[in-house]
Design a protein around this ligand. Structure first.
Ligand code: URA
Length: 438
């Protein structure tokens, strides 16, 4: 078999055989197929797509390219969630402890921030002492002891995805539906949970710019999950506006804790309750309404917050920072961004705001960049709010004063004001299950 022939076949729009896909993924993972040939193949997929069957085989080959977690020795229903990435998206820090407090077992591997989007691992690391590169044994031990662990991805989990993702990131081939579906689902299958809820973001800050594309991606991932015996559902949620009011690592932990204390912003609380209810439903805890009630009770009683504190402690972190998030500290430099005219906030481009947060130090400009855990943005206004000239739109925070000006400019580019209030968009557009789209 030759990679040249596989590239030619895909470039012409033909479907690859199972043998070809498995040969290619093994060869690429082992380093026999060079990056330049794989780049060419990825671009061919970008333009020609893949059939559902090809996507399912690709996912399976990637999932089996490294270790596969065996959670069968841990009693209880194992659940996992995945977000396709957003700005201000701290849902894992809330949904995971909520469902753990309701009796599900959460054994979750999370990623770092990517481009303008944040990552759970970076957020957890803003809590002093928290370890996010647990060995397989340590990870399972924390899960057994506390019912919940969130760690960085083990280097040997779906290594084909790790190599492919890095290549896609620099060859403009990230936003291809079959490639995203295979990337996400290969990791979910290798991570071994029984139930999976997917939060597929749509809007300016998401890979999927329209709800229609988000539904197509969700349908493909749900089909792959069902084919592999998983209980799985996806929610299509709005990423035209950042989720909540705080963007940045420690800032998001603080807002997540407030949400776990029942005092979170309405949009964040709603998305988290919806995701938690879906997971509890998939785990067989009752119908959706009942499961939503269970999730609400876990917030009200403080049980979810205590689960997060127990997990942080078990992973070496300072649980007091969860109970008293002000202990996380504040960045030494702050700048208020004022509205330049009166009216309504008509647009808050999430991607632009994510980039402004990154410029402050909350994300990485290059793979080598160091994160500033205290950097980020606190929004005072969001899309639809009325605003007066000179009123504060947001506060920028950083440990490096020199970063404030550029971030302010980028922030202001992302925000539009107008005379008329914009039409409100739904927070949750649809739910996708094996029964279809609702
Ligand atoms: N997240 C992933 O893990 N993979 C993608 O391809 C896109 C988002």
């Amino acid at each position: 078999m030759r990679m040249y022939d596989i590239i030619t076949k895909k470039r012409g729009g033909a479907a690859l055989s199972e043998e070809e896909i498995r040969w290619m993924i093994t060869g690429y993972t082992k380093g026999y197929i060079p990056d330049y040939q794989m780049s060419s193949f990825l671009m061919a997929v970008y333009f020609q797509g893949m059939t559902d069957e090809e996507t399912a085989i690709l996912t399976d080959a990637m999932a089996k390219s490294g270790e596969q977690l065996d959670l069968s020795g841990i009693p209880g229903v194992k659940v996992d969630k995945h977000s396709t990435g957003g700005v201000g998206d701290k849902t894992t820090l809330i949904v995971a402890p909520v469902v753990a407090a309701c009796g599900c077992v959460v054994a979750k591997m999370s990623g770092r921030g990517l481009g303008h989007t944040g990552g759970t691992v970076d957020k957890l690391e803003s809590i002093p002492g928290t370890r996010t590169s647990l060995s397989g044994e340590e990870f399972l031990d924390v899960v057994r002891r506390t019912g919940i662990a969130v760690t960085g991805q083990s280097p040997n989990l779906a290594p084909a995805d790790k190599k492919l993702y890095a290549l896609r990131d620099v060859t403009a081939t990230v936003d291809s539906i079959p490639l995203i579906a295979a990337s996400i689902m290969s990791k979910k299958l290798a991570a071994g949970s029984d139930c999976i809820v997917l939060d597929v973001k749509t809007g300016s800050g998401a890979f999927m710019k329209t709800p229609e594309d988000a539904v197509t991606l969700a349908e493909k991932m749900v089909a792959i999950g069902v084919h592999n015996g998983k209980r799985i559902a996806a929610l299509i949620t709005n990423m035209d506006i950042p989720l909540g009011y705080q963007i940045g690592n420690a800032l998001e932990v603080e807002e997540a804790v407030r949400t776990l204390q029942g005092q979170g912003p309405a949009d964040l609380t709603e998305v988290c309750l919806a995701l938690a209810a879906q997971l509890l439903y998939l785990a067989g805890k009752g119908d959706l309404d009942y499961c939503r009630g269970l999730a609400q009770d876990a917030l009200k009683s403080g049980a979810a917050l205590e689960k997060l504190a127990a997990m942080i402690e078990a992973q070496g972190g300072d649980a007091e920072c969860v109970r008293h998030p002000e202990k996380l500290g504040r960045a030494p430099f702050a700048m208020e961004v004022k509205a330049e005219k009166s009216g309504y906030v008509t647009k808050m481009d999430s991607a632009g705001i994510g980039i402004a947060a990154m410029l402050l130090g909350a994300g990485r400009e290059t793979k080598e960049s160091e994160i500033d855990p205290l950097a980020g943005i606190i929004l005072s206004k969001k899309t639809g709010d009325s605003v007066k000239k000179g009123e504060t739109l947001a506060t920028l925070l950083t440990s490096d004063e020199a970063k404030l000006e550029a971030a302010k400019e980028r922030f202001l580019e992302a925000v539009e004001t107008g005379a008329k209030a914009p039409q409100k968009k739904p927070l949750i557009f649809a739910r996708v299950t094996e029964r279809g789209v609702e």
